[in-house]
Design a binder for this molecule. Structure first.
Ligand code: PLP
Length: 243
């Protein structure tokens, strides 16, 4: 864990926080309303440790295979650190049990079958003492019909939310989306915020809006994001082959 890398991460973290603060200021919001989730996919556990030393507590991964080892390694590097892990990638149902062992939050729930499987998997993990708390979940909404990067249709949100509300091991906390490639992020995030408002009428605890990444976090904050998911702007560019 080099001093050089520590300095690099400290600098990029300061810049990202400045962007968040400025965007909140322009939106007339308090920076405390917007959580910073560090997306550490493709980067090593040592980077997570350094970011944790710098005060970050929320980390995200998008692939179970990669996350499992990294979460364990981080726990060895920083046994005292209280952090939470978010799964933000598409989740295959046969991985639900495994993800229930390390994730505190799953942000990519988008089907009835996944709700059912995850609820059961988390129940089993609780019983086996592999986790202590229910799973917080967000409904991932697809804001572009033409793309298949995961997410349910906006029309499916009320039904899926009602289904989650009937379960004991998964708790609905809100919605998540990725702005469509090449589209106008303002339009996408405005749509997401309306979906969130509508959802909160029936599910008042589902207050989280996970929206905004390195390239569009200002737009997302303007449109009510409560959590930005930042990878590149914090950690640097990923190899092109990564999703
Ligand atoms: C990789 C990823 C991010 C972070 O993207 P950056 O552009 O690197 O900030 C955010 N959300 C999801 C779902 C991702 O897979």
């Amino acid at each position: 864990m080099s001093e050089e890398r520590r300095q690099e991460l400290a600098d990029s973290l300061r810049k990202v926080r400045e962007r968040i603060d400025r965007a909140c200021h322009e939106a007339g919001r308090s920076p405390e309303e917007v959580e910073l989730l560090a997306v550490t996919k493709t980067f090593p556990a040592t980077d997570v440790a350094l970011l944790s030393d710098l005060g970050l507590t929320e980390f995200a991964e998008n692939r179970h295979q990669e996350a499992r080892g990294k979460v364990a390694e981080f726990a060895e590097l920083r046994p005292q650190a209280a952090v939470r892990w978010h799964m933000v990638g598409q989740l295959q149902r046969n991985k639900a049990r495994a993800v229930a062992r390390w994730a505190d939050v799953v942000e990519s729930v988008d089907s009835d079958r996944l709700v059912e499987t995850l609820d059961r998997a988390v129940g089993n993990a609780l019983e086996a003492g592999e986790r202590q708390r229910p799973m917080e979940v967000l409904l991932q909404v697809s804001l572009d019909e033409a793309e298949h990067r995961g997410g349910c249709r906006p029309d499916d949100v009320p039904r899926l939310a009602d289904l989650i509300a009937q379960k004991v091991n998964v708790q609905l906390r809100g919605v998540m989306a990725v702005a469509p490639l090449g589209g106008d992020p303002d339009v996408a995030f405005d749509t997401l915020f309306r979906i969130s408002e509508r959802l909160r009428r029936d599910h008042p605890d589902a207050v989280d809006v996970s929206a905004g990444m390195s390239g569009d976090l200002e737009s997302a904050i303007m449109h009510g994001s409560t959590r930005v998911r930042v990878g590149t702007a914090l950690l640097g560019s990923r190899p092109l082959t990564s999703p």
